[in-house]
Design a protein around this ligand. Structure first.
Ligand code: PLP
Length: 391
């Protein structure tokens, strides 16, 4: 694609892949190195150490040259055996896909459904675990930030519910669209496997994915019987001890990861999370000022990474997105699964600031007008009032 001067910069406001900062792009175009040479071990060790605080862990983080889907599979095949029951919270499209994968891997998902307008139902998790007297459930799987709906599950509460039920199941959490954007504490919440990906809060291109692994998960991997080869933690962790990988790692992506981790550390994770909270609140104020509805119906579950916006009955979210792309060169997220054409999604995660948000909201507000979607003007103004401290 050639960028055209009349376009300025494309607005990539889908909830990931996100805009990659220039500093990260510069790191990516360093010369490719020998992944068995001495320099690589230094880089490998550095990124494997530096990534831990982002997960809130002091334990190992496995890095795969794969998309997030691969890390989902890795979490399941390393810890579980064929026929194992897994409790899965169907919070939206991504939770649905993870459940389908579990079925294909010969696991037995037990489903806790939601209306896709709120996050994981913690009392339902506790009730299901209390009812499981024989401890058939081997793992509880939760998507921390459901990217299809903009609902964020309370992993701290899920952990408390599991403790209250006195149930020994593993806790597997997908943070693909929350890591580096929304507060997350792998160790403190005693998560057993945290799954993540490079292309969202970490401000990298797609291509890397992660498993942060607890002691309990490592122990489970010793007896887990699902077949695994490429995803096997064991050779990975053995090679990682000296900073290397059992197969060719995505060397240039690791340069980029090194730089992105520096950027997050320089800003400070609490500031990164506060920045995302603030942009999310400004976005919701804009949506309300337009007279539209946020897909997430439970304020305690509002996502700080993205906002899914419902269209009035009889209006097409896909037509709106097409008009915005055509007229203003901005990409917004589409509605997924049952939300196809019903919602559009505004990504406000990763490398992002006040003016990026105002440009984004300006494109949406003009798009609503162009596409003939009934709304009130003033969303951008409401966001400006909030961002400038005058709300
Ligand atoms: N889980 C969540 C929450 C996601 O947002 C995504 C992708 O957007 C995935 C899983 C799948 O990841 P990938 O597309 O990188 O395989």
């Amino acid at each position: 694609f050639t960028s055209r001067p009349e376009n300025g910069r494309h607005f990539l406001q889908i909830p990931g892949p996100t805009n990659v900062p220039d500093r990260v792009l510069r790191a990516l175009d360093n010369p490719t190195m020998d992944h068995r040479g001495p320099d690589f071990g230094v880089l490998g060790k550095r990124v494997l150490d530096k990534i831990k605080p982002v997960f809130g862990t002091t334990g190992p983080v496995v890095i795969y040259p794969a998309s997030g889907t691969g890390a989902w599979e890795a979490a399941l095949v390393n810890t579980l055996s064929p026929g194992d029951t897994v409790l899965m919270c169907e919070t939206g499209w991504f939770a649905h896909l993870w459940r389908e994968m579990a079925e294909r891997l010969a696991l037995k998902p037990r489903l806790l459904e939601t209306d896709w307008r709120r996050a994981a139902d913690v009392p339902a998790i506790e009730a299901a675990l209390r009812a499981d007297k024989g401890h058939e459930i081997k793992a509880v799987c939760v998507v921390h930030n459901e990217t299809s709906t903009g609902c964020t599950s309370r992993i701290d509460e899920v952990r408390r519910a599991m403790d209250a039920a006195g149930h020994p199941a593993l806790l597997l959490v997908d943070t693909i669209s929350s890591l580096g954007s929304i507060e997350y504490r792998h160790d403190e919440w005693r998560v057993d496997v945290t799954v993540s990906g490079s292309q969202k809060g970490l401000m990298l291109p797609p291509g890397l994915s992660f498993n942060a692994v607890s002691e309990k998960a490592l122990k489970a991997s010793e007896t887990a019987k699902l077949p695994r080869a490429f995803w096997d933690w064991k050779p990975m962790l053995a090679a990682n001890a000296t900073g290397y990988f059992p197969y060719t790692p995505a060397t240039n992506m690791l340069y980029a990861l090194d730089t992105a981790l520096d950027m997050l550390a320089e800003e400070g994770l609490p500031n990164v999370f506060a920045r995302h909270d603030r942009h999310a609140e400004a976005t919701r104020r804009a949506v309300r000022a337009w007279g539209l509805e946020v897909q997430c119906a439970e304020p305690r579950h509002y996502s700080s990474a993205l906002t899914a916006v419902r269209l009035p009955e009889g209006h097409s979210a896909n037509a709106l997105r097409a008009a915005i792309l055509e007229r203003f060169d901005m990409s917004l997220g589409n509605g997924l699964g049952r939300l196809n054409d019903r919602v559009f999604r505004i990504g406000h995660l990763g490398a992002f600031n006040d003016l990026s948000l105002l440009g984004t909201l300006g494109g949406v507000e003009m798009g609503l007008r162009v596409a003939g979607v009934p709304h009130q003007p003033g969303g951008v103004g409401a966001a400006m009032d909030y961002l400038s401290g005058n709300a």
